[in-house]
Design a protein around this ligand. Structure first.
Ligand SMILES: *[C@@H]1O[C@H](CO)[C@@H](O)[C@H](O)[C@H]1NC(C)=O
Ligand SMILES: *[C@@H]1O[C@H](CO)[C@@H](O)[C@H](O)[C@H]1NC(C)=O
Ligand SMILES: *[C@@H]1O[C@H](CO)[C@@H](O)[C@H](O)[C@H]1NC(C)=O
Length: 421
């Protein structure tokens, strides 16, 4: 059956996007290809298969091609595509003990190749060497899947000194998660290992529930010259309680799976744990995904620090420019406000002065004539004769028989009262 053209376009777009998101891999002939990655464990649903070109198929394709671009710096992705009925839920997680280049390889090849491995399955769970990938037509977020997909005996794991992982993308060989010498083979003190391992994992499980990354790493003394180091991890969608439930279950399986083994890992779709017995004094672990480390809490590797520093520097520059601009603008505004206020002040003063000037003449005359016998008298009353009567100087002088004149000459104050007839 020929796929419909729109699907082909989507396919081309998806491939294009994938190619541009991550570097391509050079194969033996020097050709650039994206190779499918072989999972160590895979389970494909067999019921209710989707058909080629169906909406579910398209949504699944979109989801899978979005993963390499959308995964966060820890190599985690959870997301959905499509609407009810044809919605696809997907999750991708790099296991915390693996190096960045290993995580990158997983991101580049696992999502791209999985559809070839389970061609029509709606629900798939796959566990790879360094990552896990899962999708379904039902939401599985927030609930832990306790099933153990893979348990790996690492008692005889090759030493990093013999096989340093040289990345295609980085010049330096990456250090392993335990960073130092590990014990090879079996331990004698099975009880002691079980006890110390349990103590450490219980502590780390609590820590993983407390940090957003759901990753914790730490070390515990075992013998005088040996240490147990472990890393625990949950998918980031899990609440602390579910993360604890998953890791506690895995921890309980350890004595049965790895009673005296010097190293081991349990991998699942929801959580992960790994431990090793160290024979070197524990040193700092420089993997990016260790956002919580007991011994080196808060420390990040140099690349991350450098990026953070650059960001800080940029932020600092932006902040300086922003404050300069703000100060300049503030000064301008202040100046503007001040000048407007000054102009207003001057205007008000001028208006006030003008008013005073306009009022002062009538007010003065009013004041001189507005009191009679200590009472307020209005000018018009005086003029109309309805109020108290006004007398001229000569009238008063005549009426008081010259007394008035005498008083005036001696500068006496005289109060005249009389009765009008
Ligand atoms: C990822 O999981 C969280 C927790 O369950 C959920 O709230 C969130 O919506 C998921 N992200 C997407 C893109 O679906
Ligand atoms: C569904 O697809 C899977 C491959 O992903 C295949 O093995 C299985 O037989 C298919 N089931 C049906 C009923 O066709
Ligand atoms: C460790 O376990 C293996 C496998 O169970 C067993 O063969 C071996 O004898 C054990 N070694 C010690 C030292 O207990």
């Amino acid at each position: 059956m020929a796929p419909p053209p729109c699907f082909c376009l989507l396919l081309v777009m998806a491939v294009f996007a994938t190619c541009h998101a991550r570097p391509l891999v050079e194969d033996a002939d020097g050709k650039m290809t994206t190779q499918p990655l072989q999972p160590s464990v895979i389970s494909c649903s067999t019921a209710g298969n989707y058909t080629d070109g169906s909406p579910y198929h398209v949504n699944l394709y979109q989801l899978l091609s979005a993963i390499p671009m959308s995964a966060d710096s820890n190599g985690f992705f959870n997301g959905t595509f499509g609407t009810a009925g044809d919605e696809v839920f997907g999750l991708f997680m790099c296991y915390a003990s693996d190096t960045d280049p290993e995580c990158q390889d997983c991101l580049d090849h696992a999502p791209g190749g999985i559809m070839k491995l389970c061609p029509h399955s709606r629900t798939v769970r796959a566990v790879y060497e360094s990552c896990t990938l899962r999708y379904s037509d039902e939401s599985f977020f927030s609930v832990a899947d306790l099933s153990i997909a893979d348990s790996v005996d690492l008692s005889f794991a090759p030493q990093p000194e013999q096989t340093p992982y040289r990345s295609r993308y980085y010049q330096e060989p990456y250090e392993t998660w335990y960073n130092g010498g590990v014990l090879v083979g079996y331990v004698v003190d099975t009880e002691g290992l079980s006890h110390k391992r349990f103590e450490l994992l219980r502590r780390l499980t609590v820590k993983a529930g407390q940090v957003d990354q759901r990753i914790a790493e730490g070390t515990q003394g075992f013998t005088n010259t040996q240490w147990v180091r472990a890393v625990v991890q949950c998918t980031r969608d899990l609440p602390a309680s579910e993360c604890t439930r998953c890791l506690s279950y895995y921890t309980d399986q350890l004595p049965g799976l790895f009673p005296n083994n010097s190293g081991g890992a349990i991998k699942g779709s929801s959580c992960y744990l790994r431990y090793a017995v160290l024979v070197d004094k524990p040193r700092q672990v420089r993997l990016e995904r260790y956002l919580y480390s007991e011994k080196y809490e808060g420390r990040k590797n140099e690349r991350e620090r450098k990026i953070a520093e650059e960001h800080r520097e940029q932020r600092r520059k932006v902040a300086i420019i922003a404050s300069i601009v703000t100060i300049a603008v503030a000064l301008k505004v202040c100046l503007l406000v001040l000048s407007v206020r000054f102009v207003l002040y001057r205007w008000r003063r001028w208006v006030a002065e003008a008013r005073v000037a306009m009022r002062s003449y009538p007010e003065k005359t009013l004041k001189q004539e507005a009191y009679y016998h200590g009472k307020v008298v209005y000018q018009d009353e005086l003029e109309k004769g309805t109020g108290p009567r006004r007398f001229t100087y000569n009238e008063l002088a005549a009426a008081t028989d010259g007394l008035w004149e005498q008083a005036r000459r001696r500068r006496l104050r005289v109060r005249v009262s009389g009765v009008l007839q």
